[in-house]
Design a protein around this ligand. Structure first.
Ligand SMILES: Cc1cc2nc3c(=O)[nH]c(=O)nc-3n(C[C@H](O)[C@H](O)[C@H](O)COP(=O)(O)OP(=O)(O)OC[C@H]3O[C@@H](n4cnc5c(N)ncnc54)[C@H](O)[C@@H]3O)c2cc1C
Length: 436
């Protein structure tokens, strides 16, 4: 093949990138292309500003890496299929290589592109591609444990090599990548992602399974989720490296990522619809929703989590679970409201992961205990016993002793009292679910 286009989407790396490697292998010259897709901002789960900043940083980094190999990144703006076809015509390519994805938006994009040009899809976004392991009689797993067992049996395959050299089609000279007006809370891109993965595996993998995963104040999870979402770090390479170092607990989390991806792939409707409807009648409570979003519920752990989200574009997984449970089960507000807010602010905002986790917490998804309710005060005592996490994000409580923070009530003059009584809220939720 003389010339090919490789269309980057959320696989913004040169290492272990099957689409890039295949294009370079098969074609004499390759145009690396990224289309800033105007359509994404208009979807229900549109592009958050800080996620866009992270993306632009990742594109600049990818461009640098491609240039160091002899290529460059051609960044265009517009409708992705139209722009890809246009770029292909300009360079005389008939084939485009891309890594396949699972969201309904991405699948529709692949279908439209495949109808217009020769599209070669490869697997680079997950450790085990969605649909590769399925249970008897179904096209996806609904329960995590059997999925994890089957997933663990699949050999991850060898990461593909970074191309030694990339030759651009003659006469092609891509200009500079657009610069973000906003600075992302953490630096986007493959270089930073690889560095972060390396240092985290060296320093924190060991303690991850024995408490590191839960300790809110210590903040020792990998924080690789935005890099995984944009593909700055290859999930497969990461899993292989962690496995080699005995990091089973961490690899299991990467399996959760694949698990939710295979659900959305098989059941695209779940990005909006309850996977398992529970007959919920959600409450219309704009004040409660606003207090939750602002981190002003009077429950310190919930408020710390919600403020961390706003400040950093990221929230610790345990805090995500408690804040989400509080919205849905204490306030009785539709999980879709929460998912939308998370999506507006999360750097790692990802349809499959966000929706899958929200439905899990709401009990409309794959949790085998759908009516579990996290007690935000008990969780605070367990996950943040010294109050370090709360104090970091709720300055009003900076001088309140840990013991007092973990008791419901009026904690400081500038901090609100609890907006609901947890035990009454639990009773109300159980009644609404018909549990007596
Ligand atoms: C309500 C709610 C919404 C969420 N929304 C998102 C989202 O939009 N995007 C997203 O990437 N994650 C989401 N998560 C999952 C999880 O909270 C984050 O992936 C994790 O906190 C990221 O931090 P980390 O990279 O330090 O994770 P680590 O603990 O270091 O884990 C490593 C990687 O494993 C994966 N992982 C870990 N926990 C989960 C999980 N519960 N589900 C799926 N994958 C997981 C992530 O890719 C993560 O980067 C959500 C969780 C909840 C409860």
């Amino acid at each position: 093949m003389q010339v090919a286009v490789v269309l980057f989407t959320r696989d913004l790396r040169v290492h272990d990138n099957p689409a890039l490697a295949a294009a370079v292998e098969e074609a004499e010259t390759v145009l690396p292309l990224f289309v800033l897709d105007d359509g994404i901002g208009r979807t229900r789960y549109g592009a958050a500003e800080n996620r866009r900043a992270f993306l632009l940083e990742a594109l600049a980094d990818l461009d640098l890496s491609l240039r160091s190999l002899g290529g460059a990144l051609d960044v265009r703006r517009g409708e992705v299929v139209t722009e890809t076809v246009r770029a292909m015509r300009e360079v005389g390519a008939v084939t485009v290589f891309a890594n396949t994805d699972v969201s309904p938006y991405a699948i529709a994009r692949e279908r439209r592109l495949g109808a217009e040009v020769d599209l070669r899809l490869l697997d680079g976004n997950f450790v085990v591609p969605a649909g590769e392991v399925t249970p008897m009689g179904n096209d996806y797993y609904q329960v995590f444990s059997p999925y994890h067992r089957a997933w663990s049996q699949v050999p991850p395959g060898l990461p593909v090599a970074t191309p030694a050299v990339i030759r651009l089609p003659p006469g092609v000279e891509p200009g500079p990548v657009p610069v973000s007006r906003v600075v992302a809370p953490v630096r986007g891109g493959e270089s930073t992602g690889i560095e972060r993965a390396g240092s985290w595996l060296r320093t924190h993998l060991d303690g991850y399974g024995s408490g590191g995963h839960d300790a809110l104040a210590a903040d020792t999870t990998s924080r690789l989720s935005p890099y995984l979402h944009f593909g700055c770090v290859s999930p497969r390479s990461l899993a292989v490296r962690a496995q080699e170092q005995g990091g089973d607990a961490f690899v299991r989390q990467l399996c959760w990522r694949d698990f939710y991806a295979q659900i959305l792939f098989a059941r695209p409707g779940t990005q909006v619809d309850d996977m398992r409807p529970r007959g919920d009648r959600w409450l219309d409570d704009p004040e409660g929703l606003a207090a939750w979003k602002e981190g002003m519920t009077g429950y310190p752990l919930v408020d710390a989590g919600m403020r961390q989200l706003r400040q950093e574009g990221w929230m610790h997984n345990r805090a995500r679970m408690v804040t989400a449970s509080f919205l849905v089960k204490d306030l009785g507000i539709d999980w879709r409201e929460g998912a939308r807010h998370f999506f507006d602010l999360l750097l790692d905002g990802d349809v499959a992961q966000n929706i899958g986790n929200w439905q899990w917490v709401a009990g409309t998804g794959v949790d085998t205990r759908p009516n579990r309710i996290y007690n935000p005060t008990a969780q605070l005592r367990k996950l943040d016993p010294e109050g370090g996490y709360v104090r970091r994000y709720v300055p009003e409580l900076a001088d309140v002793p840990a013991r007092a923070i973990a008791e419901p009530g009026l904690l400081a003059p500038s901090y609100p009292g609890p907006i609901v009584d947890h035990s009454l809220a639990v009773e109300a939720f159980r009644r609404r679910r018909g549990l007596g």
